[in-house]
Design a protein around this ligand. Structure first.
Ligand code: ADP
Ligand code: MG
Length: 335
């Protein structure tokens, strides 16, 4: 069935990854497109486009065409995918003629949203396109035995959403999704700095603060960071010193909502599978799972072991690619 080039694609809100069966991950770039507002020409895609965010002149905008794990702007998404496919074929050293593709979709997505994902991939010339449930892909990528009749719990904290799913026997038994992910934490930090210091910082600075000194609600040795922004009173550039504890506090509310989604899914679990969860625990994946203290905090709160996936930013792409082999065995997501 998959005779030509076989690719797995993780079309994430924050990052787009392409996995080839032979070469592993061949592409990993931010899902960002820089566009000329007037002509709608694509000027840059991926890392190059992300470096332009917040720094472009008026006629250039850097946009993220995916929102909450699904396509928000179809034309820009297809333009981005075309660029990415071109880059992928260069990396593979062959022209990608009618590749077979497996792409993931959030478990909460509607059939219309899935159709849009399929159409976008097909518009790049793909021949066979299959959709796999994102948490199932994440679980496969994290080496969990998804095709056995045991409960595998995956918590995937991405850019736009957090997806929690219990997977058993190749399918999703129960799942939950909240529209809170890494982006919301960045937003919390921007709002906090604006309120507390009257200083405006950009998205990329906020993300860096989160990565460097952001903590889940756990005790830790306090860190500080020098941050530059624009003073809202004088309008001039200003440097402030931020403490990790104040950033932790700023993100608290959003993190509690993530915890609530995990709790709700565990409460939903069929009793026969609950025992498995106590023994086997929960696996954390997605970029947001790398937040300092995340693993310890969650395991304290839900009183179940919490493990970090081997490559949290890559689990979904790896799982999507590996499913090329397994897909016949798995319960395919209905479209
Ligand atoms: P998506 O699947 O939505 O594309 P990813 O799983 O790629 O998202 O995760 C992207 C999110 O992870 C971003 O919000 C990014 O800021 C966040 N992230 C990446 N590394 C870290 C880190 N070390 N600490 C905290 N957050 C991180
Ligand atoms: Mg993801």
């Amino acid at each position: 069935m998959f005779s030509n080039a076989e690719l797995g694609i993780d079309l994430g809100t924050a990052n787009l990854l392409v996995y080839s069966k032979d070469k592993g991950i061949i592409l990993n770039e931010p899902s960002v497109v820089a566009l000329n507002v007037e002509t709608k020409d694509v000027l840059a895609v991926g890392t190059e486009a992300k470096s332009m965010v917040g720094k472009t002149p008026g006629n250039i905008v850097a946009v993220r065409p995916l929102k909450d794990g699904v396509i928000a702007d179809f034309d820009v998404t297809t333009a981005m995918l075309k660029h990415v496919m071109k880059k992928a074929s260069k990396k593979l050293g062959l022209s990608l003629r009618k590749p077979s593709v497996v792409v993931c979709a959030p478990s909460g997505s509607t059939s219309v949203e899935r159709r849009a994902i399929l159409d976008a991939i097909r518009s790049c010339g793909a021949k066979n396109v299959e959709i796999i449930e994102e948490p199932v892909a994440a679980a496969i990528g994290a080496d969990l035995p998804v095709d056995e009749p045991v409960a595998n719990v995956v918590v995937d904290i991405g850019g736009g959403t957090t997806e929690v799913a219990i997977i058993s026997f190749g399918g999703v038994v129960s799942s939950n999704s909240v529209r809170i992910g890494g982006d919301k934490l960045d937003e919390d930090i921007i709002q906090y700095v604006r309120k507390a210091y009257n200083v405006l910082i950009g998205e990329r600075t906020a993300e860096q603060i989160k990565i460097d000194i952001g903590y889940a609600p756990v005790e830790h040795q306090e860190l500080t960071m020098d941050v530059r922004g624009r003073d809202l009173v004088t309008g001039l550039p200003k440097t402030i010193v931020l403490r990790s504890t104040e950033i932790q506090h700023a993100m608290n509310e959003s993190l509690l909502q993530v915890l609530e989604a995990v709790r709700a899914t565990l409460e939903d679990c069929p009793p026969e599978l609950s025992g498995d969860i106590v023994d086997r625990g929960v696996i954390l994946t997605g970029g947001g799972s790398l937040l300092n203290g995340m693993q310890d905090w969650l395991s304290d709160e839900i009183v179940v072991p919490v493990h970090l996936a081997p490559n949290p930013l890559e689990s979904v792409a790896i799982g999507t690619g590996r499913s090329l082999k397994m897909i016949a065995k798995l319960q395919k997501a209905s479209v």
